[in-house]
Design a protein around this ligand. Structure first.
Ligand code: AHR
Length: 492
C-alpha cells in the first residue's frame, strides 16, 4: 500500500501567497465582455461585472498581472487613461483585434481594489520607450508636483496607486512578440528600463523576462540579476499526441518542476558568482493547461473582443492544475510569485456569457489552494506506484502530494491528487511524533470521468467536503480515482 509520511519539523519554508496569483490581458473576451461589460445588466455603475467580481473575490487572488501578455509589447499606457470619449481606438496587432482603450490603468487599479488583489503591471519592452515606462511608474506612484502624477490627479486619483510589482516586458525571446529581441539585446535594454523605473520609484519590485531555457536565463541573470527581484518563466502544456492524453498531460507538472529546480540553481549560482545579497526568486507569471484553442488569424479583420482562446476545461485539466499548485507549494523557496493565465474567458477558470457565468473545473483547485492551505510548506515522504511516459523520459507517481502547515490556525493541510484514471489509491497516513484531532475534513474535486466538464447552469465538477471520524497516525485513507483531495487536520 502507498504511504504518506509527514513530519512537522521538516519544513521547506514560508509560502508567499503571491504564488496563487492570476493574470488579465487585453485579449479576446478577458477584459471586454469578461470582467468589464458596461452595457450588461449584470454590471455595476463602473462597468465591472458583479458576478465576475464575486467569483474573483471568492478565489482570494493575491496579485493580478496586467495588461499582457503579447498585448503589452504594442501597448502605450497613455491610450487607456483619461476621459473615455477621448481614448483612441487602435489596431491591436498581437491578437488581430480592435482595441477601444475603454479599460486602462485606472480602471484596472479600481478593479484590483474591488477584487481585493494587488496590481502587477507589465511594461512594454517591445515597441515602448524608457521614457514611457518611467512616466507610467510616475503616473501610478508619483506623489510630487510633476507632470504624470498631476495627470493622474486630474483623472480623479489624488492618491498614488502604489503599484509595487512591475514586469520588464513579456516573452521578448519569441518571434511572435512585437519587438522580439535576442537575449543579449533584451538584457541590455531591460537593465536600462530597470534603472529608470527604479530611479522613478525606488520601492518597486521588478520582474525580468526569463525564457524557460538555460542560455537565455543565464544571459538575463548576468546582466539584470543585480537590479531585479524576480526572473519570470512561462509554462503552458497539453497532452502529447503519441501518448495517452490523460497521463501525458499529468506528466507535465514534473517537467516544469524539473526546470524550476534548474532555474533556482542558476539563480543561486549567479548570486554566488556576482555576490548579490538581495532576494531573487522565480516568477512563474503565466502558466496553465492550454492546447485546444490556440492563436488567432492575422487576417486583417480586427474584430472587437472576439472569442479567442476559450478553452473548456475538463477534470484532467483540474487535476493538472491541482498538481501544479502542489508543485508551487513544494518549491516555495524558489518561486515567490506565480500567475495562472488567465482569469476570465481566455484559458480561464471563470467563463462568462451575457446571462451569467460558470466556474470551470480548474477554478476549484485554485479555490482549494487559497482557502485550504497553510503558511508553511512541509517536506512529505510519499511511496506509491508510478506510471511511465511513452517516450520513456520519466516516471511519474500516481499521487502528487503537498502538505502545508498553519501554525497560527493550528491546522495541517494535506493535498493529494490521484492521477489514476480507474483505480482509487489507498495510502497509510504516517504522522511523525505528532497527533491530530480524530475528526478530519476531506475536501474533494472529482467527477464522473476525466473528461467531465462544467457548463453554464451545470457545475458538475466542484469542491465538495465530507467529515471523516477516527483518523489517526496509521489510518488508511483513500484518494478516489481521478480526484484531488485536501485533508484538513486540526493539530492536537
Ligand atoms: O496567455 C496567452 C498568451 O500566452 C500571452 O499573451 C503570452 O504572453 C503567451 O504566449
Amino acid at each position: 500500500m502507498a504511504q504518506i509520511k509527514i513530519d512537522l519539523d521538516r519544513q521547506i519554508g514560508p509560502i508567499d501567497r503571491k504564488i496563487y496569483g492570476n493574470f488579465v490581458e487585453h485579449l479576446g473576451r478577458c477584459i471586454y465582455g469578461g470582467l468589464y461589460d458596461p452595457g450588461s445588466p449584470l454590471s455595476g455603475d463602473n462597468g465591472f461585472r458583479t458576478d465576475v467580481l464575486e467569483a474573483v473575490r471568492a478565489l482570494q487572488v493575491p496579485i493580478l498581472r496586467y495588461p499582457g501578455g503579447n498585448f503589452v509589447s504594442g501597448y502605450h499606457w497613455r491610450d487607456g487613461v483619461g476621459p473615455r470619449e477621448s481614448r483612441p481606438k487602435r489596431l491591436e496587432l498581437a491578437w488581430n483585434s480592435l482595441e477601444s482603450n475603454q479599460f486602462g490603468t485606472d480602471d484596472f487599479i479600481e478593479f484590483c481594489r474591488d477584487a481585493n488583489t494587488e496590481p502587477y503591471l507589465c511594461a512594454n519592452l517591445g515597441n515602448g520607450t524608457l521614457d514611457e515606462a518611467a512616466a507610467w511608474v510616475e503616473y501610478c506612484n508619483g506623489s510630487k508636483d510633476t507632470e504624470f502624477a498631476n495627470l493622474r490627479r486630474r483623472h480623479g486619483y489624488e492618491q498614488p496607486h502604489q503599484v509595487k510589482y512591475w514586469g520588464l516586458g513579456n516573452e521578448v525571446y519569441g518571434s511572435w512578440q512585437i519587438g522580439h529581441k535576442s537575449a543579449g539585446d533584451y538584457a541590455k535594454s531591460a537593465l536600462e528600463f530597470a534603472k529608470v523605473m527604479k530611479w522613478t520609484d525606488p520601492s518597486i519590485k521588478l520582474v525580468a523576462c526569463g525564457g524557460q531555457e538555460v542560455d537565455w536565463d543565464w544571459e538575463v541573470l548576468k546582466t539584470c540579476g543585480g537590479s531585479v527581484n524576480y526572473l519570470s518563466a512561462h509554462f503552458y502544456f497539453g497532452p502529447s499526441k503519441e501518448d495517452d492524453p490523460h497521463y501525458s498531460l499529468c506528466a507535465h507538472v514534473s517537467r516544469v518542476e524539473e526546470y524550476v529546480q534548474i532555474l533556482w540553481q542558476l539563480i543561486q549560482a549567479a548570486q554566488r558568482r556576482f555576490g548579490w545579497r538581495h532576494p531573487l526568486q522565480i516568477a512563474l507569471d503565466e502558466w496553465n493547461v492550454w492546447y485546444r484553442s490556440r492563436g488567432c488569424p492575422h487576417d486583417g479583420r480586427f474584430p472587437l473582443a472576439p472569442p479567442l482562446l476559450e478553452e473548456i476545461y475538463d477534470l484532467t485539466d483540474a487535476l493538472v492544475v491541482g498538481a501544479f499548485l502542489n508543485m508551487l507549494q513544494r518549491n516555495c523557496r524558489a518561486v515567490g510569485l506565480a500567475c495562472m493565465a488567465q482569469l476570465v474567458n481566455v484559458i480561464a477558470p471563470i467563463f462568462t456569457s451575457k446571462d451569467g457565468l460558470f466556474r470551470q473545473t480548474i477554478y476549484f483547485p485554485l479555490l482549494a489552494a487559497t482557502t485550504l492551505s497553510g503558511e508553511v510548506a512541509l517536506q512529505v515522504h510519499t511511496e506509491c506506484d508510478d506510471f511511465a511516459t511513452k517516450d520513456g523520459s520519466r516516471r511519474v507517481p500516481y499521487l502528487d502530494v503537498s502538505a502545508t502547515l498553519s501554525p497560527t490556525r493550528r491546522k495541517l493541510y494535506l493535498s493529494v491528487v490521484n492521477f489514476h484514471k480507474v483505480q482509487p489509491l489507498k495510502f497509510k497516513l504516517r504522522l511523525a511524533d505528532f497527533a491530530v484531532k480524530p475528526e478530519v475534513t476531506q475536501h474533494q474535486i472529482s467527477g464522473e470521468s476525466p473528461q467531465s466538464v462544467n457548463r453554464l447552469g451545470n457545475e458538475s465538477v466542484t469542491l465538495r467536503s465530507r467529515r471523516m471520524k477516527s483518523v489517526k497516525n496509521g489510518s488508511t485513507l483513500t484518494a478516489p480515482m481521478h480526484s484531488m483531495n485536501v485533508y484538513e487536520f486540526d493539530l492536537l
